[in-house]
Ligand binder design. Structure first.
Ligand code: ADP
Length: 876
């Protein structure tokens, strides 16, 4: 089976992926300098900094501007490679650095707090495939839908839940007189710890946190030894999924020659396990300077070996890449959902997360790859020379691919300032009813153009990224998205089914949100066409849309237009009317928008024809109007009917915009009417309490700070915020007549706001008591590019106000509870009792039940608490 494509000698030893299917790294060298900030790449001099004088200057400057925090890594090699990219910051509290490298997974809160230019080396929710039990569960679900695709994982049972089905299987085997060996592993184990083999499944006890797998007893052997492959995979984005395979890795051999499992050898772990951490303890373990010998070898060597022995190396690696992609497809819905929860409103281009995953692949004797496990924290230990060579290379190329640029930080700050200015000077979005008809149209068109331009920028960023990747992949190769259409279609189907599985049984709202992700997106040329159509509408003449210089990977707009022109003018093209409808720009609403507009518009809005829809991933749209992806064929031939149709669409948009703004106004009013209700106290009494706290603020401030920031744990803090949250939700549901408020842009804004208030152990809300603008909550909107209208901003202010009041009330209740029923009531009790009341109150169980209490002045009561506490340093 000779190998034809790829080859070990090629490009420093590519992994034999068929280049027609997977984009190769493209040419390197001078081109890379223009690739948006990559250092000059030279494989041979990677760690020597032997560069052209001018390049060195540039690199030095760039390096000095980038700071990296690798203090959470114990690996020397991580530190060394990071030094190649910039200055290391040792203190954990350097919040402005470009990179955080953590040996272990990071919390969602940390991911949420990152600035767009920052990077962290983990995605959220990766445990869904990196814990053995989760992997088994998720693969099993996909296996049910695609048994032929997902047949690369050994049969697995998760104990204790699947103990009885395992026993049934064992009994069935016995009845059929079949013999199988089983391997038992801790669900969250690593490095071969706690693993044992059983010849008789009946002897396996029911245990917690364990998986049992059928033992693959026919391995492909290397010089008589069993081995597995440690393959390094870089994921740079989950939105959309982007995956790279490193073209080297480790072949880890066992240290005793292999024989099929028998009663006498099942305990010989040096024969059956291939973990380095197990086998290094064996006296037979061979350390060798040469990567082609010893118990740890390189994948490059392995490829050569296969080639020498006439195996189809390209086919093997194609299958391995397929296994990797299909596994990440299973993870994708979980990771994407978690990522969006952490970073709502940001586009995939800004992925702050990346991850180097270690895939452990077993090859059976027919060279079929089997997935054993995935490590999200693969070892970067460099015990041997081979480790140093491979791991430094893959780390270096990974950091290069994630493209950290000093300019991003500056740009981020500038964008933040511009956004603040824009918000400050933005004219009110309230549609002026005095506007003349042409002005009204112009306003709508301007808004439309703004949205289209945003989309165009997004697409261009994507193209720029691809361009950059093509030039800076080093020894990585992109395996997802694959280059060839048939693979793309196949994976698209798998992703869509993975999402269906993920969504089954989940909230309707989430289903809609995800459905939006999978719905169609516009191409660059389509947007340009639409922008030009706007200009024509505005000025009556065509303007060439000026944007950034197209990059090499951009689709050629000129070609597309010519092609469509010829299509339009061909005799087979449809009637003039049809051709007009082909190139006119249409407005539509996405699923969520139609949902959103349900309550506000009864006018059916034209939808993009089914046939024209693409199912590529797109970023979700805000709850506003969006201009759907009707392919516009040409802009050169406007006609009367086109204008007429455009006019009617504009009218529809305008009416929806007007109604939407009306809804915003109503929402704001409803929020303003909302009152926090004390059990047993009238609104007036509540006001008095709030006023008293306000009047004695100096006194209460440290006590409230202590209560909120120190005494309450995160769960209780969340409960306080949840009081407001659930009531705001109810207000939105009533006002928008929409049960799934998650599909509203306003709710997503609030959602971020609530998270912000809980940020840094409650510091977010505490900052809102301060007049210091530098720690203002609205920074979250500057950080992310999503624009927030004036009305939305005011709604946010009101929600903050409600949260502040709620905290004061809870604080008051805690104090009262302590005074009256000291033992029985904890701080959480007020959160249970409290509710809010809107202008349209619903009956509340406690509303009339509690007796009216005579009020002791709050300050007096408070003063009895906290007597012995020194709280002076807790000012916001
Ligand atoms: P750990 O995370 O503890 O390393 P693995 O699942 O990677 O656990 O298993 C450790 C080793 O056991 C593997 O490297 C492989 O050699 C062997 N092994 C694991 N599962 C199987 C299996 N189903 N069939 C054959 N060998 C296996």
């Amino acid at each position: 089976m000779p190998s034809t494509s790829g080859g070990c000698g090629e490009q420093g030893g590519a992994l034999h992926l068929d280049k027609s299917e997977y984009v190769n790294s493209g040419s390197q060298g001078a081109e890379q300098m223009e690739a948006g900030g990559g250092d000059e790449y030279d494989d041979s001099s990677k760690f020597q900094n032997i560069k052209q004088p001018q390049t060195r200057k540039k690199t030095k400057k760039r390096k000095s501007l980038i700071s990296l925090n690798v203090s959470a890594s114990k690996y020397e090699i991580v530190r060394k490679v990071a030094e190649e990219f910039g200055n290391l910051t040792s203190a954990d509290d350097d919040p402005a650095c470009f990179l955080f490298w953590n040996d272990t997974a990071v919390s969602n809160e940390r991911i949420a707090e990152l600035k767009p230019y920052q990077r962290v080396n983990h995605f959220p929710a990766m445990g869904e495939i990196c814990r053995k039990d989760c992997l088994a569960r998720n693969l099993a679900k996909m296996m049910k839908v695609h048994p032929d695709e997902y047949n690369f994982s050994p049969k697995t049972w998760i104990f204790p839940a699947e103990y009885s089905s395992f026993q049934t299987y064992v009994r069935e085997l016995k009845r059929k007189n079949k013999k199988r060996t089983f391997i038992v592993k801790p669900s969250n184990g690593s490095m071969g710890q706690g693993i044992s083999l059983f010849r008789n499944g009946e002897r396996i006890q029911q245990q917690d946190h364990t998986i049992v797998q059928e033992y693959l007893d026919k391995p492909f052997l290397l010089e008589g030894f069993k081995f597995d492959l440690r393959i390094y995979v870089l994921m740079t984005s989950c939105d959309p999924l982007r995956v790279f395979l490193f073209n080297d890795g480790l072949v880890r051999l066992s240290t005793e020659k292999y024989s099929a499992p028998s009663d006498t050898n099942v305990d010989q772990l040096y024969m059956h396990l291939t973990n380095y951490s197990i086998n290094k303890r064996s006296e037979n373990f061979e350390r060798d300077e040469d990567v082609t010998k010893g118990s740890k070898r390189s994948i490059q060597y392995f490829n050569e070996y296969l080639k020498r022995n006439d195996y189809d190396v390209a086919a093997i690696w194609k299958n391995i890449a397929d296994v990797i992609n299909k596994t990440l497809v299973v993870a994708e819905p979980h990771v994407l959902h978690a990522y969006r929860m952490c970073r709502p409103g940001t586009s995939g281009n800004d992925s702050v997360c990346f991850e180097v995953l270690g895939f452990d692949i077993f090859l059976d004797k027919s060279l079929k790859p089997w997935l054993l496990e995935i490590n999200r924290a693969p070892s970067f230990g460099t015990d041997e020379k081979i480790d140093l060579e491979i791991k430094s290379g893959l780390l270096y190329d990974a950091l290069k691919l994630i493209n950290m640029r000093p300019s991003d930080k500056r740009k981020g700050m500038a964008a933040q300032k511009a956004e603040s200015r824009r918000r400050l000077f933005r004219p009110s979005k309230r549609l002026d009813l005095d506007l003349t008809e042409p002005d009204r149209k112009k306003l709508v068109l301007d808004r439309r153009k703004e949205e289209l331009k945003e989309k165009l920028i997004h697409i261009r960023q994507e193209n720029a990224r691809e361009d950059f990747e093509n030039r800076n992949m080093g020894r990585y190769q992109r395996i997802f998205p694959p280059q060839d259409k048939s693979s793309r279609d196949r994976y698209r189907k798998l992703i869509s089914d993975a999402f269906n599985i993920f969504l089954a049984g989940r909230a309707n709202s989430l289903q809609k949100e995800i459905a939006k992700l999978l719905s169609g997106s516009l191409r660059e040329d389509e947007i340009i066409d639409m922008l030009q159509a706007c200009d024509i509408e505005n000025d009556g003449k065509q303007k060439a849309f000026k944007g950034p210089k197209p990059l090499s990977s951009m689709p050629s707009v000129v070609d597309e237009v010519t092609e469509s022109d010829s299509r339009a003018s061909s005799p087979t093209s449809s009637s003039p009317h049809n051709s007009v409808s082909n190139f006119k720009t249409r407005l539509s609403v996405s699923q969520s928008q139609s949902q959103l507009s349900k309550g506000i518009s009864k006018t059916p809005i034209p939808k993009r024809p089914q046939s024209a829809q693409k199912s590529t991933n797109s970023r979700p749209h805000s709850g506003r109007l969006l201009y759907a992806d009707q392919r516009s064929k040409s802009v050169a031939r406007t006609s009367e009917s086109q204008h007429a149709s455009f006019d009617s669409e504009m009218d529809e948009v305008t009416s929806v915009v007007v109604r939407e703004e009306e809804m915003m106004r109503k929402t704001l009013m409803a929020l303003n009417d909302m009152r926090i209700k004390f059990p047993g106290k009238t609104d007036e009494e509540a006001d008095i309490i709030l006023n008293q706290i306000q009047e004695n603020w100096k006194y209460h401030k440290p006590r409230i700070a202590s209560y909120w920031l120190v005494k309450l744990d995160s769960i209780k803090r969340r409960k306080v915020i949840d009081i407001v949250k659930s009531n705001v939700r109810a207000v939105l549901q009533r006002t928008w007549r929409c049960p799934d408020v998650e599909c509203l842009k306003l709710w997503r804004i609030f959602y971020r706001l609530f998270n912000r208030l809980l940020w840094s152990h409650g510091q977010g809300l505490w900052n809102c008591f301060s007049s210091n603008t530098s720690c203002s909550w609205d920074a979250i909107f500057n950080k992310n590019k999503e624009a927030v209208s004036g009305a939305e901003f005011m709604c946010c202010q009101r929600v903050i106000e409600l949260c502040r009041q709620c905290l004061l009330i809870v604080y008051q209740f805690a104090a009262e509870a302590k005074l009256s029923i000291p033992a029985a009531s904890g701080e959480s009790s007020p959160t249970k009792q409290l509710s809010t009341r809107s202008s349209n109150p619903r009956p509340s169980p406690w509303l009339h039940s509690s007796p009216h209490k005579a009020m002791t002045p709050v300050s007096q009561r408070m003063s009895r608490l906290y007597l012995n506490k020194s709280l002076d340093n807790l000012a916001p």
